[in-house]
Write a protein that binds this ligand. Structure first.
Ligand code: C2G
Length: 154
């Protein structure tokens, strides 16, 4: 039986459980999983400010045992060429993109998978910036209070 190749595309910034669950599900849909990671330059085109540079994002995804190949995503137009070059059987992506890539149906199967709820890079960045906006003295005071409380319980 011929091997089935899956491809997906994404930024995968601040890698989190939503990314992991998606890639794991994709790996179970076929024999070879190719992940196209948006370069830092392309993220500017996408209007996304990334926290983690491309090289590190690619290394993290490539280190997953169920990811077979990582390629750079440099523009919106490369998908048809990638599908042909990588002999892709299924293009899959989260359902936040539902319908956006139906034009690829003449080249391969197109699948939209349900996103993992309650986690996103945007949320993580917001929580981080909220934490960073707490005045340093408040954080120091909090640690001092913890130290006092710890002594009371010793
Ligand atoms: N994802 C998910 N659940 C989340 C967050 C993300 O399933 N809670 C999925 C997205 O649907 C996407 C993949 O993880 O399929 C990567 O998400 P992003 O890094 O946000 O990718 P995006 O910016 O949507 O890039 O050409 C396509 C674009 O490059 C897709």
């Amino acid at each position: 039986m011929s091997k089935k190749t899956i491809i997906t595309y994404g930024t995968f910034d601040m890698f989190h459980i939503g990314h992991l669950k998606l890639l794991k599900r994709l790996s179970k849909m076929g024999d070879k999983l190719v992940v196209a990671i948006s370069t830092d330059k392309f993220n500017e085109v996408k209007g996304k400010k990334v926290m983690i540079p491309y090289k590190q994002r690619a290394k993290i995804v490539k280190s997953l045992k169920f990811v077979d190949k990582v390629i750079p995503e440099k523009n919106w137009e490369q998908k048809v060429k990638d599908i042909k070059k990588q002999n892709v059987d299924i293009f899959a992506i989260g359902d936040d993109w539902k319908g956006e890539f139906d034009f690829l149906k003449e080249h391969c199967e197109v699948v939209y998978l349900e996103r993992t709820k309650d986690i996103s890079t945007t949320q993580l960045k917001k929580s981080l910036s909220n934490f960073m906006s707490i005045p340093k003295e408040d954080i120091i005071n909090a640690f001092e209070v913890i130290e006092v409380l710890k002594k009371d319980f010793e």
